[in-house]
Write a protein that binds this ligand. Structure first.
Ligand SMILES: *Cc1c(COP(=O)(O)O)cnc(C)c1O
Length: 393
């Protein structure tokens, strides 16, 4: 199907066709490792499932359609996709990285690839002049926008323009925004990365990743590495993700509606300090977000004016918001970066980076808004009492 159709249509039909033998409307799960060959070295186009699998390819076509790419390459996790980009880099690559990237990305860069001689330099790409950090030595620029957990917004077109001028590639991790709200390839990025674990699958039941590009040369290299390194997803997981993807549009609209109402409610709450939600008109990222995004989903970060002990009680006292890492599913989740995802960052560094003890990250789901707000309200109230709940032994 051509790419001039709307996103809600492409989420369902993009790159899809009925199965030719039976006419099955939905893509079957080709749960096979290998394919019969009619003659030695003559095959049907399918030899071995690390190399080709029709279910995986259906997901890859759907993702390429949604991001406006030439093709997509799927992996067993978002971090496997990240590693594959790194494996494409030349020895001694110089990589400029947004300073508020996903913790697992940071760990992979520092502990897996730095020892191999890659140079990583971190900068707040949402604030600095790209020309001050991206220079003729730069091989690659890696950024998230909005970031995790502070939801900082980087002007992607501005960074891409500078990168292009010095011959560096740009990778944008579009996991938080999703192609429903933002298309980095249109803004000049060379590769888009997704943890499909999050909004794209949307049901918290699969771990997966993907890379999408418009460049035939990059696509060839990425496909080569997908097969040569082998971090591929299984057919069942790609099928579940394809199934989840079909409702991306309706889910994202509801995530956004609910999140806006939660933001309004939080902003009137006397015990809430800073609130970050890029599409809220009082957010510092609002102007850039409005320029490059069509909306935003269910991610909100806010500061509960409380010490760490009370913030922990609050997180344990919610009844609908489940205390868990990850995000982007239909169910609401919350987490406390200071105690959970960012606990390994020393407290002083953490605070310097804006991750206060009371900073709570919400992934607002698609439940009824009154129940969600009611849940936050009761948990804030009850958390005042130090005896309201005790940590497990
Ligand atoms: C979860 C996440 C990743 C890593 O993806 P996995 O599927 O967990 O390997 C990368 N980037 C962002 C922004 C994420 O939220």
């Amino acid at each position: 199907m051509s790419n001039d159709k709307h996103l809600n249509t492409r989420a369902i039909h993009g790159g899809q066709h009925h199965e030719p033998i039976t006419g099955a409307v939905m893509q079957p799960i080709f749960q096979t490792s290998t394919y019969a060959q009619p003659w030695p070295a003559k095959h049907t186009g399918y030899e071995y499932s690390r190399t080709q699998n029709p279910t995986r390819e259906a997901l890859e076509r759907a993702l390429a359609s949604l991001e406006g790419g030439l093709g997509a390459v799927c992996f067993g996790s978002g971090l496997a996709a990240t590693a594959t980009v790194m494996q494409m880099m030349p020895a001694g690559a110089k990589i400029v990285v947004g300073d508020d990237v996903y913790g697992g990305t940071y760990r992979q860069f520092e502990r897996v690839f730095r020892p191999h001689g890659y140079g990583f330099r971190y900068a707040d790409l949402s604030a600095v002049d790209p020309a001050d950090v991206i220079d003729a030595e730069t091989t690659l620029v890696w950024l998230e926008s909005p970031t995790n957990p502070l939801l900082k917004v980087t002007d992607i077109a501005r960074v891409a323009e500078r990168a292009k001028a010095v011959g560096a590639l740009v990778v944008v991790d579009n996991t938080f925004a999703t192609p429903f709200f933002q298309n980095p390839l249109d803004l000049g990025a060379d590769i888009v990365l997704h943890s499909t674990t999050k909004y794209l699958n949307g049901h918290s039941d699969v771990v997966g990743g993907a890379l999408i590009t418009r460049s035939a040369a990059l696509l060839d290299q990425l496909r080569f590495l997908q097969n040569a390194v082998g971090a591929v997803p299984g057919p069942w997981d790609t099928w579940l993700t394809l199934r989840g993807l079909k409702t991306l549009g309706v889910r994202m609209e509801r995530h956004q509606d609910n999140a806006m109402k939660v933001v309004e409610w939080l902003s009137a709450h006397p015990e809430v300090g800073l609130i970050r939600y890029p599409m809220w008109d009082q957010d510092p990222g609002f102007a850039v977000a409005s320029k490059q995004m069509r909306g935003f989903g269910g991610m909100i970060s806010f500061v509960l004016n409380a010490d760490l002990a009370r913030a922990e009680r609050f997180c344990a006292l919610t009844e609908i918001f489940t205390l868990a890492e990850s995000l982007g599913g239909v169910e609401s989740l919350l987490e406390l970066p200071a105690s959970m995802t960012h606990a390994s960052v020393p407290a002083a560094d953490r605070r310097a980076r804006g991750i206060e003890d009371g900073l709570v990250r919400l992934s607002v789901g698609i439940e009824h808004i009154d129940d969600l707000i009611g849940d936050l309200e009761q948990a804030i109230e009850r958390s005042k009492d130090p005896n309201s709940i005790k940590p497990p032994e």
